[in-house]
Design a protein around this ligand. Structure first.
Ligand SMILES: Nc1ncnc2c1ncn2[C@@H]1O[C@H](COP(=O)(O)OP(=O)(O)OP(=O)(O)O)[C@@H](O)[C@H]1O
Ligand SMILES: [Mg+2]
Length: 276
């Protein structure tokens, strides 16, 4: 099971759009996917046309002792794609959470045994903050997909993000023997027509090298339209360039399994230590 957080503390860079459409692409390729909406804006839940009224959500999972993962999972209209939704009640839950003991590990505790659930991928949509709920995600997920846009301020804050991940690993991660790493940097809403975007692309390729996904998601109005209809890009227009790009990204993510690599490296070094 791969546990992937789509995160950037910068707002509006395409996190929710990426979660919705990568999850749908993975599901269409035959994988079983659970999306976890960890943002009180609930954009991923809305984008997948999920109702939260009279339903338990991530807020209840985090704050109520007797609520378990299976109580909050909902099916989506997409085959093999389930969701733990969120809505504004998560904002109140975050305030409650901040007064609880071991507040960064609530999700980790609830996700104990997640490996026994029938999912190949769990994909977390993060809020544009480093708040308590995002810290909860970072102590559960192993990999990060970091979406960026090629605007004038696009790289501002990326170093802060990388430093924060290292800090999380050294502090709250190390207490539970958990690490999270950036699997890939993803360019979103790319507009090839602008000279500035093309120039920034060169800088971004130079900085991130192999960490940059080969796939860049183009600016595509169909992506906006799909969301406003509560549909994934594949339900809305499976042949548009946005759909083709998200499918290609899903394939790259499948091939780029850094956690498996990490586990194999750890196993090899353990075997080496034993044979000495
Ligand atoms: N490739 C794209 N082409 C066109 N529009 C896009 C594309 N990607 C995202 N958008 C639009 O940009 C807006 C912001 O995207 P999105 O909500 O996914 O960002 P976000 O990082 O999740 O934002 P937040 O930080 O507020 O959670 C949305 O209106 C979305 O439809
Ligand atoms: Mg979002």
């Amino acid at each position: 099971m791969r546990l992937i957080a789509v995160a950037n503390h910068k707002g509006g860079v395409g996190k929710s759009t990426t979660v919705i459409n990568v999850a749908a692409a993975l599901a269409s390729l035959g994988h079983r996917v659970l999306v976890v909406d960890t943002d009180a804006q609930g954009h991923t839940s809305l984008g997948l046309n999920i109702q939260t009224s009279n339903k338990q959500t991530l807020a209840e999972l985090l704050c109520s002792e007797h609520v378990s993962v299976s109580d909050v999972v909902q099916r989506t209209a997409v085959k093999r794609l389930d969701i733990i939704p969120s809505d504004l009640s998560l904002a109140i839950a975050e305030v409650k959470l901040s007064t609880m003991p071991a507040k960064e590990y609530r999700l980790r505790t609830k996700f104990k045994g997640i490996e026994d659930f029938p999912y190949d991928f769990v994909i977390f949509d993060c809020a544009p903050t480093f708040g308590t709920i995002t810290m909860n995600v970072f102590t559960v997920a192993h990999e990060i997909v970091l979406p960026i846009q090629l605007g004038y301020f696009s790289l501002e804050g990326v170093n802060t993000f990388i430093d924060t991940i290292q800090f999380v690993n050294k502090t709250i991660g190390s207490l539970v023997n958990h690490t999270i790493a950036i699997n890939g940097v993803l360019i979103t809403a790319y507009d090839t027509r602008t000279k500035l975007a093309r120039e920034i692309l060169v800088t971004v390729q130079d900085i991130f090298k192999d960490t940059l996904f080969k796939t860049a998601i183009p600016q595509n109005i169909k992506i906006n339209e799909a969301q406003s209809h509560g549909k994934t890009i594949f339900e809305y227009d499976a042949t548009c360039k946005g759909a083709v790009a998200y499918m290609s990204l899903a394939q790259e993510i499948i091939e780029r399994d850094i956690h498996e690599q990490y586990k194999q490296d750890a196993k090899k070094s353990k075997e080496k230590a034993i044979s000495r």
